[in-house]
Design a protein around this ligand. Structure first.
Ligand code: ZN
Length: 135
């Protein structure tokens, strides 16, 4: 049984499932991870509210039971919780917005769990986007 390397906070979007596992494994060397999936992913940590409390409770359980070395906060392209890609004027605007959201989420998690490494991850739905940029 492989060790739990990370607890991942992600969106429940079905399009993300295989892509997220692939990105985590191939680019970050993470194959064993606890997965917390609620619509919006990092949005639930960036914003105060009852959902954030649920996510934090689950992160705490993961850290206590499986002792992963890091927390990975995930947002993704075309996330319906943010209105999808259509809510943004451009791909660059969408990506920049999510960068800010992930920073808010990661900062909150770092303060909630000091001493645990926190990583931000923005996942595109395809290997490369229209600009050729990769995540
Ligand atoms: Zn989503």
């Amino acid at each position: 049984m492989p060790a739990c390397q990370a607890v991942v906070v992600s969106c429940m979007d079905f399009r993300l499932r295989e892509r997220l596992a692939s990105v985590l494994a191939l680019r970050h060397g993470i194959s064993g991870f606890d997965l917390i999936c609620l619509a919006g992913g990092g949005k639930n940590l960036a914003e105060a509210g009852p959902v954030r409390d649920v996510v934090l409770d689950n992160v705490e359980v993961s850290l206590r039971l499986h002792r992963p070395g890091q927390i990975v906060v995930v947002n993704h392209q075309d996330c319906g919780a943010y209105g999808g890609s259509a809510a943004f004027a451009s791909w660059e605007a969408e990506r920049e917005f999510h960068r800010g959201e992930l920073e808010l989420a990661a900062t909150f998690v770092r303060n909630a769990f000091p001493g645990v490494e926190v990583r931000q991850l923005f996942v595109t739905l395809e290997e490369t986007d229209s600009t050729g940029a990769q995540q």
